[in-house]
Design a protein around this ligand. Structure first.
Ligand SMILES: [Zn+2]
Ligand SMILES: [Zn+2]
Length: 203
């Protein structure tokens, strides 16, 4: 599986394009939709799913436009299913003082489920804490997309809607079960090695 960050160094979240042969998925469509569509064209792959690590607005800016342009289904963990379309819960209103809705998902994800991209599995690992429905995506066992659960040198905040500090630490401890040399691609900032990133936040 190939991963490419379409929105590095941006104010919003990282936006990842995953491809396996002629199949593509976009994780957290924060980048301008024109950039996402041109990256898809370049890759020659067809978008089969829009995956969300959680329901905060900074990961969703192009969600509506991308879904409209591609008809690809939007998938998010069941516990965050109501966030994208709820301006209070997705934090947009708190940040900008006005509501913005991003639409309801097409399907909800459960922990442990595998979404196939081409013939390679993307495993959903439920990691509540930043939000109740935050997940990490383990991509064919090759790398881990961590959303706002784990960054290179910190973990996500737990003081927003449905955040839970105890759940966050339990989630981080569960990630210890994965290989420490696994590369993580976080929702914000640079990639890192899982073991080193965990060492920065738990002991
Ligand atoms: Zn974020
Ligand atoms: Zn977030």
């Amino acid at each position: 599986m190939i991963v490419r960050n379409l929105y590095p160094g941006a104010m919003a979240s990282n936006c990842y394009l995953l491809t396996v042969g002629s199949d593509a998925a976009v994780v957290d469509p924060s980048a301008p939709v024109a950039d996402i569509l041109s990256a898809l064209r370049e890759s020659g792959a067809t978008l089969s799913a829009i995956l969300l690590t959680h329901g905060h607005f900074d990961h969703l800016f192009s969600l509506k436009a991308l879904r409209k342009a591609t008809d690809a289904p939007v998938l998010i963990h069941a516990n965050d299913a109501d966030l994208p379309d709820d301006p209070e819960k997705n934090m947009f209103k708190r940040m900008f003082g006005m509501p913005r809705k991003f639409g309801a998902p097409d399907r909800v994800l459960q922990s442990g489920e595998e979404v196939l991209l081409g013939n390679e599995p993307i495993r959903v690992i439920h990691t509540p804490g930043h939000t109740a429905g935050s997940v990490c995506f383990l991509c064919n066992g090759e790398f881990l997309l961590t959303g706002d659960t784990l960054f290179a040198d910190s973990c996500g905040r737990t003081d927003l809607y449905s955040g839970d500090e105890e759940a966050m630490f339990a989630s981080l401890h569960r990630l210890r079960a994965l290989p420490s040399d696994l590369c993580i691609y976080p929702g914000h900032g640079d990639p890192a090695l899982l073991g080193q990133a965990l060492d920065n936040v738990i002991y």
